[in-house]
Every structure is written in C-alpha cells, then in structure tokens.
Ligand binder design. Structure first.
Ligand SMILES: N[C@@H](CCC(=O)N[C@@H](CS)C(=O)NCC(=O)O)C(=O)O
Length: 219
C-alpha cells in the first residue's frame, strides 16, 4: 500500500505531463501536483531542487515514496503495472505492441521537434525568425499527424478510442498532441479520425480534468 501521496512534477502546458495526468486520472490515482514553471525566471527546470531530481531538466517526473522516474511513457508503464485495476496497456501481445507503437510515434517522433528547448535553440542560437519557427512546428506536426490519421483510419483495432473501446496509453499521448496542434495553428479538421477519438476522450471526465486549462498553475 502506498502511504505517501504520489507526487507529479508538472507544468500545465507540457504535453508530456498532460499524458501522465490523463493516465493518473483514468486510473483514479490522486497525487500532489508540484508545478515546475518552464519559462518563469529562466525556467524552474534548470534550477535546484528540480535539476538534481531530473538531470534531463524536463517535466514530468513522478515521485512514488522516493522512487523517482521521468519520461512520460515510462511513468505510465510503471503506473500501469503498479496499479493494474484500470489497465491502459492491453493484455494481448499484439495489443501492447500496437498501443506502444502509437504512443511512441507521438512521444518520440512528433512531440520532441516542437519542444521548448528545440524552439529556443532555433530562434536564439540559429537566428530562425518567428515565422520560420512556426513553419517548422507546423511542418513536423502535420507530417506526424497525417501518418497517424492514415494509420488509425484503416486500423481494424480502432474503436471509439485508438485501440478498442476503452482509453489506452495511445490516447494519453494523442489528446495532448492534438491540443498542441491547435495551439500551434494546425487545422485538426484535416484529421477526422483523430478528432473523433479526441472528442470521445474529452467526453470522459477523467480526461477532461487533465486539460491544461484546469490545472492549478494554468495561466
Ligand atoms: N520524452 C519526454 C519529453 C519531456 C519533455 O520534453 N518535456 C518538456 C515539456 S512537454 C519540457 O520539460 N521542456 C522543457 C524545456 O524544453 O526546457 C517525456 O515523454 O517525458
């Protein structure tokens, strides 16, 4: 039994943290929300005590009674194994591979290219204009989401959600990525399958409660 509360080092707008909030809410896990403001005072992720906890200087980070783990996908997998009452990773071998495939396509190949530190490097070190930065973001987002749309539209294992009729880790990744797409000016109507899945997700109170606008540090 967990005696101390789970602690999630978090930032309302972080899509990686948003993935974990969705997973924890779906599992009914309460947690202490520790905000790590990514831009204020140069970014709290670069300052103590956070940078010692996570040398990657990225959010999220989960602390479970002193056991600390970063990387949203590793965190969700950890929580899924530790708290199996509500599963976010399917039981079948093929199902597990499929859900990981979708979650990793988003978290490894779409999201990192529009991460704050990458965008700062483009503008501050390489002198890329704000306009070209937006072109960069929209290019990589569109490429990634188009592929996901094609894949999910023809998928025989898609249900109301990315895999079947209950949300999985793939949905935990998709919802924040589509939120970011809207934020960065991508027209998500081009992706009807993805949009329908996101609408099904957002109809669930657990997922709606994880939205950036509903967090304690929301601005
Ligand atoms: N692969 C990591 C990505 C973590 C990540 O990139 N977090 C972003 C927010 S979404 C961050 O902390 N950025 C801070 C920065 O770029 O300085 C995960 O899935 O947890």
């Amino acid at each position: 039994m967990t005696t101390q509360p789970l602690v999630l080092h978090n930032y309302f707008r972080s899509s990686a943290a948003y993935r974990v909030r969705i997973a924890m809410n779906l599992k009914g896990l309460s947690y202490d929300y520790v905000p790590v403001h990514l831009t204020r005072d140069g970014g709290m992720q670069f300052q103590e005590p956070y940078k010692t906890k996570n040398p990657q200087q990225l959010v999220p980070l989960l602390d479970d009674e002193g056991f600390q783990v970063s990387q949203s996908i590793a965190i969700i997998e950890y929580l899924d194994e530790k708290f199996p009452a509500v599963r976010l990773i399917p039981a079948s071998l093929e199902g597990r591979a499929r859900v990981r495939q979708l979650a990793l396509a988003i978290s490894c190949d779409i999201h990192p290219l529009q991460n704050l530190r990458v965008l700062k490097y483009l503008t501050q070190k390489l002198g890329v204009s704000e306009e070209d930065k937006t072109t960069w973001i929209q290019h990589w987002l569109t490429l990634g989401l188009e592929a996901l749309e094609t894949d999910l539209a023809r998928s025989s294992t898609r249900g109301r959600f990315c895999f079947g009729d209950a949300p999985t880790m793939a949905d935990c990744a998709l919802v924040p990525q589509m939120f970011s797409a809207v934020r960065f000016g991508v027209d998500t109507k081009q992706y009807p399958t993805l949009q329908a899945i996101v609408e099904a997700c957002e109809a669930l109170p657990a997922i709606a409660a994880a939205h950036p606008a509903r967090q304690v540090d929301s601005e």
